[in-house]
Design a protein around this ligand. Structure first.
Ligand SMILES: [Cu+2]
Length: 749
């Protein structure tokens, strides 16, 4: 500990010296001089100013993107384009312990065929949950094309809650769509195969045994019974159903909203013939279902007779098809963009106005349904909608340009030349009934830049931020997306998402329920039954309890750990050295780590998060005794301290008490200020104060302990508990000062 303070003093002194030397040079810097030295023009500086986040400013939007085959979700912010988090979805992610603790491992394994822990995915186009066609900020859905899985994430804590493997499809399209009140989450196959792992001959049985299909996963947003604010919705496999289709290759799809509710539109192709399909998923529910591999299926023959699925032939292949925010139209991303009239399509499908068929699927007459068409260029990739009346952006890959056009007047508005070939597009809230029109993100598939570091043969994906707030588009930022082959993003206003700060104590975060392994302070214990050992432990600055665990070689051991913290961002990690045992514990979380102690020896365990200045003291020892080991010698009992050691602990204790009193003065002055200025009137300030006082409440036990040990002359224990008490005080003071600053800002506004 002494070393720590000595090092701190040295560091502070050198920092001061450095400042004295540097401040002279820094004083001469001006905006003009920096522009000159770095070779920036006005346009560069303007772009930087548009994306820079000053203190106290938060990004306007959350954005989410699937990271291709790494199977994780990336959270970034607009307009700063800063990456905030990687979240494991289809593959394990060590930082948050996803696929490492028992609870999250179960989530991944449940979504596999044979209880294996799949380690990658293929995720491209996520969808946000909706209420009346507006993003509600509660859930996010992903499809894994490679392994035919679907996943659900809760946006209250940014954790994956559910992964399901498709019981029929061998391969899935790596995108999803939701109906306007999340009644269904849609997933389709991409490449045709026989279903359910059956065999068939490609040459002779392709048309009879190979299939495609579309699944409507029933989603239920169950009430949060515990009242924790935790979103506990789930997809219900038993109430989901699949429409069976002939062997079409299926592509991008989107769900109609408002007047278009009940129809799904998507891309289909067969032997170089291209189509937009329309699927009435409401009407299909009245048909009789068969059970295939314990999953409800509507046979194609029944679906055909009922006329619930039809094809609209298009002359060119398209990369996507999207429903406009008003649901009056759906538009293809193709060199000639086809704008279809939703009402006409609905009526034609209802009246079964068919003409011919492909593989038995009826065709509608394209010209009867077309509102209009617009020539956009060579290799159109994607579309994104704008809030301004009927505006849409298209990316034209080979022409290196973006085209803004009006899909009602069918007139081109503005073309923006790019320095790269553009891929997928996103406008904030763009795939909902209320898109915004300040930013557009454009994925860059080329990534050869003279202003980026060369990271070897594989480069990151690049995502450009285009300012579309005025008539003239401007490319204002290029972010690098590591660990990802990037496709589509979705983005929602920051204020729509309401993230939690802490879980109710003892929460199994994957189910939202209180874990039966929840352990509170003072209740820590080790239970043994035969070779099964359960450790019920707690984590809090700066202790892991218990500190010593003894087991025998061959025992099956589970650490059930609860993070007792209530403070903001006070996560603890836990790892047992060289044993491959690891977990992450957010405030209030309980998770379990099970392993077989198959190697004898001494294995330190410790906290892997830098959680406080005393973080390194969060440690303990796992002792794995060799099988049949019998302890020899006497129990030596507690080691006695020498008089000198005792005197040093007493001195340390007394010094700590001085610091504690000083810290208390700070807390008192803050509390006085807050009370005098009616902090309760400001909800965010009040939340901080509650957090701060919560810390002090937890500190009471530590105070009682150090006072008791001091009275008994046990100076080592007294010092350690005083240290613990001070940790709480510091956190209280820190949160209190933030509350004070915020309150003074609110008052002066
Ligand atoms: Cu820690």
């Amino acid at each position: 500990m002494k070393h720590f303070f000595k090092a701190l003093t040295v560091a502070l002194v050198s920092l001061l010296l450095m400042f004295v030397v540097m401040s002279d040079a820094m004083a001469q810097q001006t905006l003009a001089s920096v522009k000159k030295t770095r070779g920036l023009n006005d346009e560069d500086v303007l772009a930087a100013a548009k994306t820079f986040m000053p203190r106290g400013g938060r990004d306007e939007y959350f954005a989410f993107v699937g990271s291709g085959n790494s199977g994780t979700m990336i959270v970034y912010g607009l307009p700063s384009m800063r990456i905030y988090k990687y979240v494991g979805v289809f593959s394990p992610e060590p930082w948050q312990g996803y696929g490492f603790d028992d609870e999250s491992t179960l989530v991944i394994k449940k979504g596999s065929l044979d209880n294996t822990l799949l380690k990658y995915g293929d995720i491209r186009f996520p969808a946000l949950s909706e209420t009346d066609g507006k993003y509600d900020g509660k859930y996010l859905f992903y499809s894994d094309g490679a392994n035919s899985r679907i996943a659900l994430l809760g946006l209250d804590d940014f954790e994956t809650k559910q992964v399901l493997m498709h019981p029929l499809f061998i391969n899935a399209y790596p995108g999803v769509a939701v109906s306007q009140n999340n009644e269904f989450v849609f997933q389709s196959s991409e490449y045709p195969t026989p279903w359910d792992h059956r065999e068939a001959d490609v040459a002779t049985e392709y048309e009879t045994k190979f299939k495609s299909g579309i699944t409507a996963w029933k989603f239920e947003d169950t009430d949060d019974a515990a009242g924790t604010g935790h979103h506990v919705g789930r997809m219900i496999k038993e109430e989901s159903f699949t429409i069976e289709l002939p062997p079409f290759t299926l592509g991008y799809f989107d769900a109609g909203r408002l007047a278009g509710h009940g129809l799904l539109v998507g891309l289909a192709s067969y032997q170089n013939q291209h189509f937009v399909y329309v699927y009435d998923y409401l009407k299909v529910q009245t048909l009789k279902k068969q059970s295939v591999n314990e999953f409800e299926v509507i046979p194609f023959t029944d679906a055909r007779q009922a006329g619930v699925f039809a094809l609209i032939p298009i002359e060119q292949s398209a990369m996507s098809v999207k429903v406009d925010p008003t649901s009056k139209y759906f538009i293809t991303a193709s060199n000639t963009a086809y704008v279809f009239d939703f009402e006409k399509v609905k009526a034609a499908l209802d009246q079964q106005a068919f003409s011919g068929d492909v593989l038995g699927v009826p065709k509608l007459i394209t010209t009867d349904l077309l509102y209009g068409q617009v020539e956009l260029g060579n290799k159109v990739v994607d579309l994104a909608f704008d809030f301004r009346e009927n505006m849409v952006y298209s990316s034209v890959y080979n022409d290196k340009k973006l085209v803004r056009w009006n899909y009602e007047t069918l007139a081109l508005d503005e073309t923006f030349d790019l320095s790269f070939k553009p891929g997928h597009l996103m406008t904030p809230q763009g795939n909902s009934v209320e898109p915004h029109s300040n930013y557009l993100t454009v994925v860059d598939k080329e990534g050869l830049y003279d202003n980026m570091l060369n990271t070897g043969p594989t480069r990151p994906s690049y995502n450009h931020l285009i300012d579309i707030s005025s008539d003239k588009m401007r490319d204002i930022y290029t972010m690098t997306i590591p660990q990802a082959n990037m496709y589509g993003s979705v983005s929602v206003l920051r204020t729509t998402i309401k993230p939690i700060i802490r879980y109710p104590l003892g929460t199994n975060t994957r189910t939202g329920e209180i874990s039966r392994f929840k352990t509170v302070a003072g209740q820590e214990k080790i239970e043994r039954e035969g070779n099964r050992v359960h450790i019920f432990g707690t984590l809090i600055r700066s202790h892991i309890t218990p500190e010593i665990v003894e087991v025998e070689e061959g025992d099956i051991v589970t650490f059930h750990l609860t993070n007792l913290e209530r403070a903001e961002d006070e996560t603890h990690g836990f790892t047992v050295s060289t044993y491959g045992v690891h977990g992450s514990f957010e405030p209030g979380k309980t998770a379990s780590l099970t392993f077989t102690a198959d190697r004898s020896g001494v294995f330190p365990y410790y906290c892997t998060e830098f959680c406080s200045a005393l973080h390194l003291e969060m440690e303990g020892i796992l002792l794995v005794r060799p099988k049949g080991y019998v302890a020899s010698g006497e129990d030596i009992g507690e080691i006695e301290l020498t008089q000198e050691q005792l005197a040093e602990y007493k001195k340390n204790y007394e010094d700590k008490i001085v610091v504690i009193n000083e810290t208390q003065d700070v807390i008192n002055s803050v509390v006085t200020y807050l009370k005098e200025n009616d902090y309760q009137k400001y909800p965010y300030v009040e939340a901080l104060v509650v957090d701060a006082l919560d810390q002090l409440e937890l500190a009471k036990t530590s105070k009682a302990n150090y006072e008791r040990y001091a009275a008994e002359g046990k100076w080592k224990d007294a010092f350690l508990w005083a240290e613990q008490y001070w940790q709480y005080q510091v956190k209280t003071a820190d949160v209190g000062l933030r509350a004070k600053k915020l309150l003074s800002e609110q008052i002066s506004m």
